[in-house]
Design a protein around this ligand. Structure first.
Ligand code: SAM
Ligand code: DTB
Ligand code: SF4
Length: 325
């Protein structure tokens, strides 16, 4: 039974209980719904970098800040499919294409994104996009092209949102998420910790995520990567124990979702990552690059997974059409 009506005090009593009780409970729930030693691997490709008109305070790709991130045009179909094949060879089952757009431009650029989605699906991989706001027609076109999932994060609580982003509202985000859901595309929606938010703000984010009905199929939990030039550049590193609490609480509230240990893995020890998996994280980004910042290399991840006896989710877990190649 999944629930969507958690009150804040309930979430607080889960999140704030003694750490070992929390992790144990999360792990037991995890095992009821997921294979215990299997992790989903996704690879990200930045298909259009930098120059974004939004002012998200954490983001190196916002045009409002001087971060040295290159501004590029939309990459070619060829380049995308080459990267998708490499991702598949590294063991990823999902390929995620991210664009630094406020919303998706109509015309040839969107047509190319649709080609990319078809191409990735024909490699037998799940395809995910994160392109900013979508209208109904665009959501339907992406669904028709075979898009598996759309990433659109709520990032933080409704109350703290205005401190982080002023160029769009929480309501704008929720409206796009509803269009994605209505088009029949899986929803990937999560947030960031370490931006100076209170514990209450984290609980409210979790409450918002769990109130989505159905729950998002994937819930990325990002640890802030503090990037020089952004307003959050000087944020002190977040306590990894808080990240584990966040993941464990997400696992308990949304038992069937993939909980993705997303940005920030490079700042975690192997032991902290292992605790995140113990707490119910069952998805990561593979590959040495996220969108603009580094991520553990394939060798480092392979060794970590081997030492933990963890395997990458195989193709058997894939939804969608069979492999054509
Ligand atoms: N422009 C699209 C959007 O905002 O939905 C897609 C790309 S955006 C980079 C996707 C997500 O990456 C953001 O919602 C945020 O959660 C995460 N993110 C971006 N920069 C980050 C950073 N420096 N540290 C952690 N997470 C970050
Ligand atoms: C998500 O929640 N995290 C990913 C993905 N969705 C698109 C992005 C993380 C970006 C980290 C900063 C960067 O590399 O630019
Ligand atoms: Fe643009 Fe997305 Fe970065 Fe915000 S998070 S500035 S919308 S690329």
């Amino acid at each position: 039974m999944t629930r969507h009506d958690f009150i804040l005090a309930e979430i607080d009593s889960i999140y704030s209980q003694p750490f070992l009780d929390l992790v144990l409970r999360a792990q037991l729930i995890h095992r009821e719904h997921h294979p215990p030693n299997e992790i989903q691997g996704s690879v990200l490709l930045n298909i259009k970098s930098g120059g974004c008109p939004e002012d998200c305070a954490y983001c190196p790709q916002s045009a409002h800040y001087k971060t040295g991130v290159a501004r590029t045009d939309l990459v070619s179909l060829d380049e995308t499919l080459t990267a998708a094949r490499a991702a598949r060879a590294q063991g990823a089952t999902r390929f995620c294409m991210g664009a630094a757009w406020r919303d998706v431009p109509r015309g040839p650029q969107f047509d190319r994104v649709l080609e990319m989605v078809r191409g990735v699906r024909s490699l037998g991989m799940e395809a995910c996009c994160t392109l900013g706001m979508l209208d109904e027609d665009q959501a339907e076109a992406l669904a028709d092209a075979g898009l598996t999932a759309y990433n659109h994060n709520l990032d933080t609580s409704p109350e703290f949102y205005g401190e982080i982003i002023t160029t769009r509202t929480y309501g704008d985000r929720l409206a796009t998420l509803a269009r994605v859901r209505d088009a029949g595309i899986a929803v990937c929606c999560g947030g960031i910790i370490g931006m100076g938010e209170t514990r209450d703000a984290r609980l409210r984010l979790l409450q918002q995520l769990a109130s989505l009905d159905p729950h998002p199929e994937s819930v990325p939990i990002n640890l802030l990567v503090a990037v020089e030039g952004t307003p959050l550049a000087d944020r002190p590193p977040e306590d990894p124990i808080e990240l584990v609490r966040m993941i464990a609480t997400a696992r308990i509230l949304m038992p069937r979702s993939f909980v993705r240990l997303s940005a920030g893995r490079l700042s975690l020890s192997d032991e902290a990552q292992a605790l995140c998996f113990m707490a119910g994280a069952n998805s990561v980004f593979l590959g040495d690059r996220l969108l603009t910042t580094p991520n553990p290399t394939a060798d480092v991840d392979r060794s970590l997974f081997e030492r933990l006896g963890v395997t990458l989710q195989g193709r058997a877990g894939l939804h969608g059409p069979p492999i054509h190649e």
